[in-house]
Design a protein around this ligand. Structure first.
Ligand code: ACO
Length: 336
Protein backbone atom coordinates (compact mmCIF):
# COMPACT_ATOMS: atom_id res chain seq x y z
CA UNK A 1 0.00 0.00 0.00
CA UNK A 2 1.52 3.38 -0.99
CA UNK A 3 1.44 6.31 1.44
CA UNK A 4 -1.09 8.08 -0.84
CA UNK A 5 -3.72 5.36 -0.54
CA UNK A 6 -6.20 5.63 2.33
CA UNK A 7 -6.41 2.48 4.33
CA UNK A 8 -9.41 0.75 5.76
CA UNK A 9 -9.97 -2.45 7.74
CA UNK A 10 -10.63 -6.04 6.71
CA UNK A 11 -11.40 -9.15 8.72
CA UNK A 12 -8.56 -11.65 8.34
CA UNK A 13 -9.38 -14.29 10.96
CA UNK A 14 -12.37 -15.50 12.97
CA UNK A 15 -12.61 -17.60 16.13
CA UNK A 16 -15.51 -18.92 18.16
CA UNK A 17 -16.32 -20.60 21.44
CA UNK A 18 -19.48 -22.24 22.72
CA UNK A 19 -19.61 -23.89 26.15
CA UNK A 20 -20.16 -27.67 25.96
CA UNK A 21 -23.29 -27.74 28.17
CA UNK A 22 -26.50 -27.72 26.09
CA UNK A 23 -29.96 -26.75 27.35
CA UNK A 24 -32.70 -27.94 24.98
CA UNK A 25 -36.31 -26.80 24.75
CA UNK A 26 -37.25 -30.17 26.26
CA UNK A 27 -35.00 -29.43 29.26
CA UNK A 28 -36.81 -26.09 29.65
CA UNK A 29 -40.19 -27.87 29.58
CA UNK A 30 -39.13 -29.42 32.90
CA UNK A 31 -38.15 -26.03 34.38
CA UNK A 32 -40.98 -23.62 33.38
CA UNK A 33 -44.50 -23.78 31.92
CA UNK A 34 -43.48 -23.95 28.25
CA UNK A 35 -43.27 -26.37 25.33
CA UNK A 36 -40.77 -27.12 22.61
CA UNK A 37 -43.56 -26.35 20.13
CA UNK A 38 -44.16 -22.83 21.58
CA UNK A 39 -40.47 -21.93 21.65
CA UNK A 40 -39.74 -23.35 18.18
CA UNK A 41 -42.75 -21.80 16.45
CA UNK A 42 -42.43 -18.36 18.13
CA UNK A 43 -38.64 -17.99 18.04
CA UNK A 44 -36.96 -20.63 15.85
CA UNK A 45 -34.86 -21.84 18.79
CA UNK A 46 -34.25 -25.57 19.53
CA UNK A 47 -31.36 -25.41 22.00
CA UNK A 48 -28.72 -23.12 23.50
CA UNK A 49 -25.25 -23.51 25.09
CA UNK A 50 -24.70 -22.48 28.71
CA UNK A 51 -21.56 -21.96 30.79
CA UNK A 52 -20.82 -24.18 33.77
CA UNK A 53 -20.25 -22.78 37.29
CA UNK A 54 -17.07 -20.74 37.42
CA UNK A 55 -17.00 -20.00 33.68
CA UNK A 56 -17.63 -16.35 32.75
CA UNK A 57 -17.48 -13.98 29.79
CA UNK A 58 -13.69 -13.47 29.93
CA UNK A 59 -13.14 -17.24 29.72
CA UNK A 60 -15.35 -17.62 26.63
CA UNK A 61 -13.84 -14.48 25.03
CA UNK A 62 -10.33 -15.83 25.65
CA UNK A 63 -11.17 -19.19 24.07
CA UNK A 64 -12.63 -17.51 20.97
CA UNK A 65 -9.52 -15.30 20.70
CA UNK A 66 -7.18 -18.30 21.09
CA UNK A 67 -9.07 -20.13 18.32
CA UNK A 68 -8.53 -17.08 16.08
CA UNK A 69 -4.83 -16.67 16.97
CA UNK A 70 -4.21 -20.37 16.24
CA UNK A 71 -5.82 -20.04 12.80
CA UNK A 72 -4.01 -16.79 11.95
CA UNK A 73 -0.77 -18.05 13.58
CA UNK A 74 -0.40 -14.62 15.12
CA UNK A 75 1.84 -13.89 18.09
CA UNK A 76 -0.42 -12.31 20.79
CA UNK A 77 2.28 -9.67 21.29
CA UNK A 78 1.36 -8.29 17.86
CA UNK A 79 -2.18 -7.35 19.01
CA UNK A 80 -2.52 -3.57 19.38
CA UNK A 81 -5.97 -3.31 20.92
CA UNK A 82 -8.72 -5.61 22.27
CA UNK A 83 -12.36 -4.49 22.24
CA UNK A 84 -14.84 -6.73 24.03
CA UNK A 85 -18.52 -6.06 23.31
CA UNK A 86 -20.57 -7.39 26.21
CA UNK A 87 -23.39 -6.58 28.62
CA UNK A 88 -22.33 -9.39 30.94
CA UNK A 89 -18.73 -8.54 31.90
CA UNK A 90 -17.13 -10.73 34.58
CA UNK A 91 -17.45 -7.70 36.89
CA UNK A 92 -17.87 -3.91 36.61
CA UNK A 93 -14.12 -3.45 36.61
CA UNK A 94 -11.51 -4.31 35.55
CA UNK A 95 -12.85 -4.48 32.01
CA UNK A 96 -13.23 -7.95 30.50
CA UNK A 97 -10.82 -6.77 27.76
CA UNK A 98 -8.06 -6.45 30.41
CA UNK A 99 -8.71 -9.99 31.67
CA UNK A 100 -8.57 -11.30 28.09
CA UNK A 101 -5.37 -9.31 27.41
CA UNK A 102 -3.71 -10.99 30.39
CA UNK A 103 -4.99 -14.47 29.50
CA UNK A 104 -3.63 -14.11 25.95
CA UNK A 105 -0.28 -12.58 26.95
CA UNK A 106 -1.01 -9.68 24.60
CA UNK A 107 1.60 -7.56 26.34
CA UNK A 108 1.60 -4.66 23.85
CA UNK A 109 -2.18 -4.26 23.72
CA UNK A 110 -4.58 -1.86 25.36
CA UNK A 111 -8.30 -2.53 25.48
CA UNK A 112 -11.76 -1.71 26.70
CA UNK A 113 -15.31 -3.06 26.93
CA UNK A 114 -18.15 -1.70 24.83
CA UNK A 115 -21.77 -1.91 26.01
CA UNK A 116 -24.47 -1.86 23.33
CA UNK A 117 -26.32 -5.13 24.04
CA UNK A 118 -27.20 -7.03 20.86
CA UNK A 119 -25.66 -4.32 18.65
CA UNK A 120 -22.43 -4.41 20.67
CA UNK A 121 -20.38 -6.40 18.19
CA UNK A 122 -21.38 -4.18 15.26
CA UNK A 123 -20.53 -1.03 17.25
CA UNK A 124 -17.18 -2.58 18.30
CA UNK A 125 -16.37 -3.68 14.74
CA UNK A 126 -16.97 -0.16 13.46
CA UNK A 127 -14.85 1.30 16.28
CA UNK A 128 -12.03 -1.14 15.53
CA UNK A 129 -12.20 -0.32 11.82
CA UNK A 130 -11.81 3.41 12.56
CA UNK A 131 -8.75 2.62 14.70
CA UNK A 132 -7.17 0.75 11.78
CA UNK A 133 -8.07 3.63 9.42
CA UNK A 134 -6.30 6.08 11.74
CA UNK A 135 -3.01 4.42 10.77
CA UNK A 136 -2.02 4.01 14.39
CA UNK A 137 -3.05 0.36 14.83
CA UNK A 138 -2.61 -2.69 12.62
CA UNK A 139 -4.02 -5.64 14.58
CA UNK A 140 -7.27 -4.97 16.42
CA UNK A 141 -9.04 -7.88 18.10
CA UNK A 142 -12.82 -7.42 18.26
CA UNK A 143 -14.76 -9.86 20.45
CA UNK A 144 -18.47 -10.27 21.08
CA UNK A 145 -19.15 -12.35 24.21
CA UNK A 146 -22.06 -12.72 26.57
CA UNK A 147 -23.00 -14.97 29.47
CA UNK A 148 -26.73 -14.32 29.33
CA UNK A 149 -27.45 -17.22 31.70
CA UNK A 150 -25.93 -15.07 34.49
CA UNK A 151 -28.70 -12.45 34.21
CA UNK A 152 -31.72 -14.61 33.36
CA UNK A 153 -34.52 -15.58 35.71
CA UNK A 154 -34.98 -19.31 35.05
CA UNK A 155 -38.49 -19.12 36.51
CA UNK A 156 -39.60 -16.53 33.88
CA UNK A 157 -40.70 -18.42 30.76
CA UNK A 158 -40.98 -15.20 28.74
CA UNK A 159 -37.22 -14.52 28.83
CA UNK A 160 -35.25 -17.61 29.93
CA UNK A 161 -36.06 -19.55 26.75
CA UNK A 162 -34.66 -16.86 24.45
CA UNK A 163 -30.96 -16.62 25.28
CA UNK A 164 -27.73 -18.63 25.30
CA UNK A 165 -24.04 -18.12 26.10
CA UNK A 166 -21.16 -17.85 23.63
CA UNK A 167 -18.30 -15.81 22.17
CA UNK A 168 -16.94 -14.92 18.74
CA UNK A 169 -13.82 -12.99 17.78
CA UNK A 170 -12.46 -11.35 14.64
CA UNK A 171 -9.10 -9.83 13.78
CA UNK A 172 -9.02 -6.53 11.88
CA UNK A 173 -6.00 -5.69 9.73
CA UNK A 174 -5.40 -2.88 7.20
CA UNK A 175 -6.29 -3.03 3.53
CA UNK A 176 -6.56 -0.60 0.64
CA UNK A 177 -9.77 1.46 0.80
CA UNK A 178 -12.59 0.41 -1.53
CA UNK A 179 -11.07 -2.92 -2.58
CA UNK A 180 -12.21 -5.13 0.29
CA UNK A 181 -13.06 -5.07 3.98
CA UNK A 182 -15.50 -2.86 5.86
CA UNK A 183 -16.95 -0.55 3.23
CA UNK A 184 -19.81 1.20 5.02
CA UNK A 185 -21.83 1.23 8.23
CA UNK A 186 -24.84 2.99 9.71
CA UNK A 187 -25.20 2.93 13.50
CA UNK A 188 -27.97 4.35 15.69
CA UNK A 189 -29.31 4.49 19.25
CA UNK A 190 -32.54 5.73 20.81
CA UNK A 191 -32.65 5.77 24.61
CA UNK A 192 -36.41 6.24 24.65
CA UNK A 193 -36.50 2.45 24.15
CA UNK A 194 -34.75 1.84 27.48
CA UNK A 195 -38.01 1.06 29.25
CA UNK A 196 -38.68 -2.01 27.09
CA UNK A 197 -35.46 -3.98 27.68
CA UNK A 198 -33.19 -3.53 30.69
CA UNK A 199 -31.58 -4.88 33.83
CA UNK A 200 -32.42 -2.48 36.60
CA UNK A 201 -30.31 -3.39 39.61
CA UNK A 202 -26.63 -3.44 40.43
CA UNK A 203 -25.63 -0.10 38.90
CA UNK A 204 -25.21 3.35 40.43
CA UNK A 205 -28.96 4.03 40.29
CA UNK A 206 -29.95 0.92 42.21
CA UNK A 207 -26.92 -0.58 43.97
CA UNK A 208 -27.31 -4.19 45.09
CA UNK A 209 -29.11 -4.74 48.38
CA UNK A 210 -30.98 -7.68 49.92
CA UNK A 211 -34.13 -5.94 48.68
CA UNK A 212 -33.00 -5.67 45.02
CA UNK A 213 -32.14 -9.38 45.10
CA UNK A 214 -35.51 -10.30 46.66
CA UNK A 215 -37.26 -8.16 44.02
CA UNK A 216 -35.37 -9.95 41.21
CA UNK A 217 -33.94 -6.66 39.94
CA UNK A 218 -30.68 -8.28 38.83
CA UNK A 219 -32.39 -10.13 35.97
CA UNK A 220 -33.09 -9.09 32.38
CA UNK A 221 -36.58 -7.62 31.85
CA UNK A 222 -38.16 -7.40 28.41
CA UNK A 223 -41.47 -6.28 26.96
CA UNK A 224 -41.23 -8.83 24.17
CA UNK A 225 -44.09 -7.51 22.07
CA UNK A 226 -42.82 -3.91 22.10
CA UNK A 227 -39.22 -4.93 21.32
CA UNK A 228 -40.44 -7.21 18.54
CA UNK A 229 -42.34 -4.33 16.91
CA UNK A 230 -39.30 -2.01 16.86
CA UNK A 231 -36.80 -4.76 15.98
CA UNK A 232 -38.77 -5.92 12.94
CA UNK A 233 -38.99 -2.40 11.52
CA UNK A 234 -35.62 -0.91 12.40
CA UNK A 235 -33.41 -3.89 11.60
CA UNK A 236 -35.13 -4.26 8.23
CA UNK A 237 -34.95 -0.49 7.57
CA UNK A 238 -31.25 -0.17 8.35
CA UNK A 239 -30.35 -3.28 6.34
CA UNK A 240 -32.17 -1.81 3.33
CA UNK A 241 -30.58 1.62 3.92
CA UNK A 242 -27.01 0.29 3.93
CA UNK A 243 -27.71 -1.83 0.82
CA UNK A 244 -29.31 1.08 -1.07
CA UNK A 245 -26.57 3.54 -0.08
CA UNK A 246 -24.06 1.17 -1.71
CA UNK A 247 -26.25 0.41 -4.75
CA UNK A 248 -26.51 -3.26 -3.83
CA UNK A 249 -29.45 -5.18 -5.27
CA UNK A 250 -30.62 -8.49 -3.82
CA UNK A 251 -28.58 -10.32 -6.48
CA UNK A 252 -25.41 -8.53 -5.39
CA UNK A 253 -25.63 -9.75 -1.78
CA UNK A 254 -23.97 -13.11 -1.17
CA UNK A 255 -24.86 -13.40 2.52
CA UNK A 256 -26.93 -11.49 5.09
CA UNK A 257 -25.78 -12.12 8.67
CA UNK A 258 -28.30 -10.56 11.06
CA UNK A 259 -28.43 -10.58 14.84
CA UNK A 260 -30.20 -13.74 16.00
CA UNK A 261 -33.01 -12.76 18.42
CA UNK A 262 -36.02 -14.33 16.72
CA UNK A 263 -36.34 -16.22 13.43
CA UNK A 264 -39.40 -14.15 12.55
CA UNK A 265 -37.38 -10.89 12.86
CA UNK A 266 -34.52 -12.46 10.85
CA UNK A 267 -36.87 -13.59 8.08
CA UNK A 268 -38.66 -10.22 7.92
CA UNK A 269 -35.33 -8.40 7.43
CA UNK A 270 -34.18 -10.88 4.77
CA UNK A 271 -37.51 -10.53 2.97
CA UNK A 272 -37.17 -6.73 2.99
CA UNK A 273 -33.82 -7.14 1.18
CA UNK A 274 -35.46 -9.52 -1.29
CA UNK A 275 -33.14 -12.39 -0.33
CA UNK A 276 -33.62 -16.13 -0.64
CA UNK A 277 -32.87 -18.71 2.08
CA UNK A 278 -29.40 -19.46 0.69
CA UNK A 279 -28.44 -15.77 1.10
CA UNK A 280 -29.36 -15.79 4.80
CA UNK A 281 -27.32 -16.94 7.79
CA UNK A 282 -29.46 -18.31 10.59
CA UNK A 283 -28.11 -20.40 13.45
CA UNK A 284 -30.60 -19.31 16.14
CA UNK A 285 -31.93 -22.89 16.27
CA UNK A 286 -28.66 -24.10 17.84
CA UNK A 287 -27.38 -21.10 19.83
CA UNK A 288 -30.47 -18.92 20.64
CA UNK A 289 -29.74 -15.24 21.27
CA UNK A 290 -26.13 -14.88 22.47
CA UNK A 291 -26.42 -11.04 22.44
CA UNK A 292 -23.02 -9.58 21.36
CA UNK A 293 -21.81 -12.97 20.10
CA UNK A 294 -24.47 -13.69 17.46
CA UNK A 295 -22.83 -11.94 14.50
CA UNK A 296 -19.24 -13.23 14.94
CA UNK A 297 -20.66 -16.73 15.58
CA UNK A 298 -22.65 -16.36 12.35
CA UNK A 299 -19.53 -15.32 10.45
CA UNK A 300 -17.56 -18.24 11.91
CA UNK A 301 -20.26 -20.73 10.88
CA UNK A 302 -20.51 -19.24 7.37
CA UNK A 303 -16.74 -19.63 6.89
CA UNK A 304 -16.73 -23.18 8.31
CA UNK A 305 -19.54 -24.13 5.92
CA UNK A 306 -17.71 -22.62 2.91
CA UNK A 307 -20.50 -20.08 2.32
CA UNK A 308 -18.18 -17.07 1.89
CA UNK A 309 -15.40 -16.42 -0.61
CA UNK A 310 -13.13 -13.37 -1.09
CA UNK A 311 -15.02 -10.63 -2.95
CA UNK A 312 -18.48 -11.66 -1.70
CA UNK A 313 -20.79 -8.84 -0.56
CA UNK A 314 -21.96 -9.34 3.01
CA UNK A 315 -24.53 -7.32 4.96
CA UNK A 316 -24.57 -7.40 8.77
CA UNK A 317 -27.45 -6.04 10.86
CA UNK A 318 -28.30 -5.84 14.54
CA UNK A 319 -30.94 -4.55 16.93
CA UNK A 320 -30.86 -4.57 20.73
CA UNK A 321 -31.40 -2.96 24.09
CA UNK A 322 -30.98 0.78 24.30
CA UNK A 323 -32.45 0.74 21.74
CA UNK A 324 -29.33 0.28 19.61
CA UNK A 325 -29.21 -0.85 16.01
CA UNK A 326 -27.02 -0.83 12.93
CA UNK A 327 -26.15 -2.17 9.50
CA UNK A 328 -22.78 -2.78 7.86
CA UNK A 329 -21.52 -3.63 4.37
CA UNK A 330 -18.39 -5.79 4.07
CA UNK A 331 -16.63 -6.99 0.93
CA UNK A 332 -15.34 -10.33 2.17
CA UNK A 333 -11.58 -11.01 2.36
CA UNK A 334 -9.46 -14.15 2.59
CA UNK A 335 -9.96 -15.63 6.06
CA UNK A 336 -7.28 -17.68 7.80
N1 ACO B 1 -43.87 -20.66 26.65
C1 ACO B 1 -45.22 -20.64 26.52
N2 ACO B 1 -45.92 -19.50 26.50
C2 ACO B 1 -45.24 -18.35 26.62
C3 ACO B 1 -43.84 -18.31 26.75
C4 ACO B 1 -43.15 -19.52 26.77
N3 ACO B 1 -41.81 -19.61 26.89
N4 ACO B 1 -43.46 -17.02 26.84
C5 ACO B 1 -44.55 -16.27 26.76
N5 ACO B 1 -45.64 -17.08 26.62
C6 ACO B 1 -47.05 -16.69 26.49
C7 ACO B 1 -47.33 -15.32 27.02
O1 ACO B 1 -47.57 -15.37 28.41
C8 ACO B 1 -48.55 -14.93 26.24
O2 ACO B 1 -49.69 -15.48 26.84
P1 ACO B 1 -51.05 -14.63 26.97
O3 ACO B 1 -51.45 -14.35 25.55
O4 ACO B 1 -51.93 -15.57 27.69
O5 ACO B 1 -50.66 -13.40 27.73
C9 ACO B 1 -48.36 -15.61 24.89
O6 ACO B 1 -47.37 -16.62 25.11
C10 ACO B 1 -47.90 -14.68 23.79
O7 ACO B 1 -46.83 -13.86 24.29
P2 ACO B 1 -46.12 -12.78 23.41
O8 ACO B 1 -45.08 -12.07 24.24
O9 ACO B 1 -47.15 -11.95 22.71
O10 ACO B 1 -45.42 -13.71 22.34
P3 ACO B 1 -44.68 -13.27 21.03
O11 ACO B 1 -45.25 -14.00 19.89
O12 ACO B 1 -44.53 -11.79 20.94
O13 ACO B 1 -43.21 -13.86 21.26
C11 ACO B 1 -41.01 -13.12 21.96
C12 ACO B 1 -42.46 -13.45 22.39
C13 ACO B 1 -40.40 -14.38 21.40
C14 ACO B 1 -40.24 -12.65 23.18
C15 ACO B 1 -41.04 -12.01 20.88
O14 ACO B 1 -41.87 -10.96 21.32
C16 ACO B 1 -39.67 -11.46 20.55
O15 ACO B 1 -38.86 -12.12 19.94
N6 ACO B 1 -39.39 -10.18 20.89
C17 ACO B 1 -38.17 -9.49 20.47
C18 ACO B 1 -36.92 -10.00 21.14
C19 ACO B 1 -35.73 -9.14 20.70
O16 ACO B 1 -35.55 -8.85 19.53
N7 ACO B 1 -34.92 -8.68 21.64
C20 ACO B 1 -33.87 -7.74 21.29
C21 ACO B 1 -32.54 -8.26 21.46
S1 ACO B 1 -32.21 -8.82 23.08
C22 ACO B 1 -30.97 -7.75 23.75
O17 ACO B 1 -30.67 -6.70 23.25
C23 ACO B 1 -30.34 -8.20 25.07
Amino acid sequence: MSSQQRRTAKITAIGKYLPDKILSNFDLEKMVDTTDEWIWSRTGIRERHLVRDGEATSHMATQAALDLLRKRQLDPKKIDCIIVATVTPDMFFPATACLVQNNLGATRAWGFDLSAACSGFLFALDTGARMIESGQYSNVLVIGADTMSAILDYTDRATCVLFGDGAGAVLLEPCEEGTEGIIDSILRCDGSGAEYLYMEGGGSLLPPTAETVANKQHFLVQDGRAVFKYAVKWMADISAEVAERNSLTSQDIRLFIPHQANKRIIDASAERLGLTEDQLLSNIDRYANTTAATIPLGMADAVEDGRLQPGDNVILAAFGAGFTWGGMYIRWSKIH
